[in-house]
Design a binder for this molecule. Structure first.
Ligand SMILES: [Cu+2]
Length: 270
């Protein structure tokens, strides 16, 4: 009896804890509320199954407890019960997977006219690149990576010379417009993650991954690496500042272009 009561309390306590918990998501700062809804659907389905299983266990422990002279029935098959369990499980799993397929499609379908930025991960820091006045990012290759060219821009690509490079500073993004985030890594797997954006994506050496978002709220948010990438993984932090477009433009104009950085490198080498 005591065990059955404890199990009922565990089920009830879990639900109450969920309702009253102070550890909830930080307020969202992007358009990806749909991702929250997808997680909530999964949460409520798995939560309902958890409560049902625990309560059923409590019921069995109480109803079929040991009593003198009581013998268990032998019932290895129950076609009807198995059919219902199979159907219920299939429905529950489908209900959890379907929204994910829809939201994933949206996540990687970049709207027309989105601004492009690039985020480059390396052990263990972040760097960013914006297209210059021409609006185009230049091509890159790991072969070009060097002390004056940490992101490996192609020096003979005219599209790249005006690219703005932010290496070691904060990332500033304008609020309100769609942004395509291109992701590269120069060494191992990393994962660009800003919890408030509800968006993350692996960065894979040798390829460019991407997603898009529209920042919707001003603020200063942490950038985390969400893929274990070596001993410095936990220190791989950055900061993203979301602000209105005019402020962000002013910040961008203070940053150095690839041409300016390589000229500085040449002067220093002389
Ligand atoms: Cu990392």
């Amino acid at each position: 009896m005591a065990v059955a009561v404890v199990l009922v309390l565990v089920a009830l306590g879990s639900v109450v804890f969920h309702m009253l918990s102070p550890w909830w998501w930080t307020p969202i700062a992007s358009n990806w509320g749909f991702i929250d809804n997808t997680i909530l659907i999964t949460f409520w389905i798995t939560g309902a199954v958890f409560v049902a299983v625990v309560l059923f266990t409590a019921y069995c422990i109480y109803t079929f407890r040991h009593r003198e002279g009581l013998r268990a029935d032998y019932e290895p098959e129950n076609q009807k019960l198995e059919t219902w369990l199979g159907l219920g499980t299939a429905l529950g799993v489908a209900a959890m997977l379907t929204p994910g397929l829809v939201v994933w499609y949206q996540f990687v379908t970049v709207p027309e006219g989105a601004a492009e930025i690039e985020v480059v991960g390396q052990q263990w820091s972040w760097a960013y690149r914006f297209p210059g006045p021409d609006g185009k990012l230049g091509t890159t290759d790991v072969r070009y990576i060097g002390p004056d060219n940490p992101l490996g821009l192609n020096p003979s690509d005219p599209n790249g010379s005006d690219d703005v490079i932010v290496d070691g500073g904060d990332l500033h993004l304008p609020r309100g417009g769609p942004i395509k985030v291109l992701l590269r890594s120069t060494d191992v797997l990393h994962d660009f993650y800003v919890p408030e954006f509800r968006a993350k994506m692996d960065m894979i050496p040798g390829t460019v991954t991407y997603f898009w978002l529209t920042p919707t709220r001003d603020g200063t948010f942490d950038i985390l690496c969400a893929e274990y990438c070596g001993v410095g993984h936990a220190n791989m932090r950055g900061t993203v500042v979301v602000e209105d477009a005019a402020k962000q433009k002013a910040w961008l104009s203070q940053q150095k272009s690839f041409a300016e950085l390589s000229a500085r490198g040449r002067t220093a080498a002389r």
